[in-house]
Ligand binder design. Structure first.
Ligand code: NAD
Ligand code: TYD
Length: 340
């Protein structure tokens, strides 16, 4: 098999490529990535010299670039996306472009080149807040911010290619991932690296919001299984059921690092903040998947990675990130009486 992985220089894509090469010694992987602020070739330094792996810098919205890598591919796994909810609230346009239009370009090219499988990586955020039972795949969608609305658009479009053209698309809806190589704008790496540096942990609102914090390797194993065994046209939730409130995660991180809880600063809440995500993954479990990490195991493993790899995240926390951090948090921290 030759597979095209898009967005493979990002957090989940890079973990997926490493796992895929390891599990499928006879297969070949092409990584197409635009290298936005979130794309980082350091994430794949260890596989760079592998003859089965190649990297192409390119935008999934650019038909020519996409057509350049599609010939001969047996499958596409589309991880490429703008992914941070807070950024989508401030500046949604890039989300619509990559997360919807980019999916369109990939689908057109893949269908035209007769690529036999297309996995669209979506998110549990398309369901919106889950205040009752975990959502099964046929629950109605209720995306409530520009990120989740764009992801919903992308997956609807992907599914329409199955319903309209019989094109073999599979959609996955993953829960919140944590683990190695996650850009430090997301809650876990932001809290952990701030704690290591003795900086405040900016907790939105009450901190009682809850997420299903799945280890990235469990997510990647689910995607790998679906690439092989997923039924075309079907949607699969991928969630470990590792529910944790944000405040409990912040406290856990500080305890693990031997830091004071005084570092937690309750700041102004995110606009339209979804209170809780919860999905039912029994459809995927029936195919033989189960997560290896429970909530504390996943969080602990991720914390340890950031402790062991300051050379990865310290350079990222300058430049673009610094400007972003100032924009996002300076005022919030000052309002809350912390300087940051
Ligand atoms: P990330 O932000 O770490 O990485 C995204 C990658 O996509 C980067 O390497 C970036 O350079 C690349 N990219 C962005 N726009 C592109 C474009 N136009 N063309 C080519 N490449 C482009 O994201 P992530 O956390 O690894 O998420 C990967 C996928 O998984 C996304 O589709 C996301 O919606 C989905 N997902 C993420 C989570 C999570 O918790 N992080 C959970 C469920 C689903
Ligand atoms: P995040 O990692 O951005 O993922 P998502 O919003 O896509 O679920 O945020 C996870 C949770 O942590 C979410 O409830 C928002 C909260 N959060 C904070 O409290 N403070 C922060 O600085 C960030 C980035 C997130």
């Amino acid at each position: 098999m030759k597979i095209l992985v898009t967005g493979g220089a990002g957090f989940i894509g890079s973990n997926f490529i490493r796992m895929y090469l390891d599990r499928h010694p006879d297969d070949v992987v092409v990584n197409l990535d635009k290298l936005t602020y979130a794309g980082n070739l350091e994430n794949l330094r260890d596989v760079e010299g592998d003859a089965r792996y190649s990297f192409v810098k390119g935008d999934i919205c650019d038909r020519e670039a996409v057509d350049g890598v599609m010939p001969g591919c047996d499958a596409v796994v589309n991880f490429a996306a703008e992914t941070h909810v807070d950024r989508s609230i401030g500046d949604p346009e890039g989300f619509l472009r990559t997360d919807i239009f980019g999916v369109h370009v990939l689908l057109e090219s893949a269908r035209e080149h007769g690529v036999g499988r297309f996995v669209q990586i979506s998110t549990d955020e398309v369901y919106g807040p889950a205040l009752g039972d975990p959502f099964p795949e046929d629950a109605p969608l209720n995306p409530r911010n520009p990120y989740s609305a764009s992801k919903a658009g992308g997956e609807y479009l992907a599914r329409s290619y199955f319903l309209t053209y019989g094109y073999p698309v599979i959609v996955t809806r993953g829960a919140n991932n944590i683990g190695p190589n996650q850009y430090p704008e997301k809650a876990l790496p932001l809290f952990t690296t701030n704690a290591i540096e003795g900086e405040p942990l900016p907790l939105y609102g009450s901190g009682e919001q809850e997420r299903d914090y799945m280890h990235v390797l469990d997510h990647c194993a689910g995607v790998d299984l679906l690439l092989e065994k997923g039924e075309p046209g079907e949607i699969y939730n991928i969630g470990a059921g590792n529910h944790m409130r944000n405040i409990d995660m912040a406290r856990f991180i500080l305890r693990e690092l031997g830091k004071s809880e005084d570092l937690i600063v309750h700041v102004r809440d995110r606009e339209g903040h979804d209170f809780r995500y919860a999905i039912d993954s029994s459809k995927l479990r029936a195919l033989g998947w189960s997560p290896e990490f429970d909530a504390e195991g996943a969080v602990r493993d991720a914390i340890r990675w950031y402790v062991a790899n300051p050379a990865w995240w310290m350079p990222l926390k300058s430049g673009e990130y610094r400007d972003y951090y100032e924009r996002m948090y300076r005022e919030r921290l000052e309002e809350a009486g912390a300087s940051g």
